[in-house]
Write a protein that binds this ligand. Structure first.
Ligand code: F6R
Length: 259
């Protein structure tokens, strides 16, 4: 794992955006795995700016991690809507190449299988963006999700429902289920880029990087990934025991050059 600790959320997001931009510049046909949530909003803002400065997404394909079961694409709280408003409406990605699971499909289990197959058909994901839940989830793989899981329907924990409550008007509107890529689906991406900012994520981040590999913290599965980069601000890195070492290896988020 490459652990990059930057002072502020702003610098951390800029560092993550630089990785996405490099991926797209190196491979204009890149397949991007995308995430939603509060952490990603400033990242997408940054990508919009890079696009206005010439970065093209015209050849890229994208697959989002997840979508709520029961919400149609035009529901104001759906992740389809989130992605349109945060990114897709402002960049030149071909809308027919921007994929999310269909939350309002009549058979959510069949939709999950179709989505997994569609990722394989596209040749797999080159760069998977990830956030982390305060309970250690990635995608909506809640604690005790199988580390071998594939795209499927997951029951959301009460902690996740509460974290997402802010986006809905009433408590009973927060969906209880989501279609999510599985942990094994995520691990098959050629590279992973997880971003965490703020003190609220510090314990989950420490469990992911320095805790045991455990289904209790699904994000710890990234310890198995050969090309996982974790971008943190100082607050999210606060509980890491080997913080000084990570700073030493990647001063200001840069790679140390062999003398
Ligand atoms: C979103 C997703 C989730 C979030 C996580 C963090 O597509 O898959 O795993 O990345 O819940 O959310 P925020 O950034 O809102 O704290």
């Amino acid at each position: 794992m490459k652990v990059l600790i930057l002072d502020t959320p702003k610098v951390a997001i800029a560092r993550a955006a630089q990785t996405v931009a490099e991926t797209v510049r190196t491979n204009p046909q890149a397949v991007l795995g995308l995430a939603t949530g509060g952490t990603m909003l400033p990242l997408y803002d940054h990508l919009r700016t890079l696009h206005s400065e010439g970065l093209s997404f015209a050849g890229t394909t994208s697959f989002n991690l997840d979508e709520y079961v029961g919400l149609s694409p035009d529901h104001p709280c759906s992740y389809h809507r989130y992605m349109a408003e945060a990114l897709f409406d402002y960049i030149d990605i071909d809308p027919s190449h921007a994929h999310l699971p269909k939350g309002d499909s009549t058979n959510a289990h069949a939709e999950a299988n179709r989505y997994e197959a569609r990722i394989v058909e596209a040749g797999g994901i080159d760069l998977q963006l990830l956030g982390i839940g305060i309970n250690g989830h990635i995608g909506f793989n809640e604690p005790t999700s199988s580390l071998g899981s594939r795209t499927r329907v997951k029951t959301l924990t009460e902690s996740t429902r509460q974290a997402n409550r802010v986006y809905f008007e009433r408590d009973d509107q927060v969906p209880g289920f989501a279609i999510t890529m599985g942990v094994a689906t995520i691990l098959e991406a050629k590279s992973c880029l997880l971003i965490a900012t703020g003190a609220g994520k510090a314990e989950a981040v420490a469990a992911m990087i320095e805790g045991p590999l455990s289904a209790l913290c699904p994000a710890s599965a990234l310890q198995l990934h050969p090309a996982a980069t974790i971008v943190l601000d100082a607050a999210a890195a606060h509980c890491l025991r080997l913080r000084d070492y990570y700073h030493h290896v990647h001063p200001e988020g840069k790679d140390r050059v062999l003398a």
